[in-house]
Design a protein around this ligand. Structure first.
Ligand SMILES: [Zn+2]
Length: 70
């Protein structure tokens, strides 16, 4: 079994699995800030999977999810 990193880049958190964007009040999902990068995680409202996201200076959000594959 191996793992693959899926990533989605947008102006807001975006589910790497189904491309659902989290456009609502997602700043509440930020857990901590490391340097200039804010880290958060959330559950996709569409497919129910959890993913993490990093908010970079300038507002670009990288959403990531590790998915297993056989
Ligand atoms: Zn999803």
């Amino acid at each position: 079994m191996s793992k693959h990193l899926h990533i989605a880049i947008a102006r807001c958190p975006k589910c790497p699995a189904c491309q659902q964007e989290y456009v609502d009040d997602w700043h509440h999902s930020i857990r901590r800030t490391v340097g200039f990068v804010a880290e958060g995680s959330d559950k996709c409202a569409n497919c129910g999977k959890f993913y993490a996201f990093d908010v970079y200076p300038g507002g670009e959000v990288h959403s990531t999810m590790w998915r297993k594959s056989a």
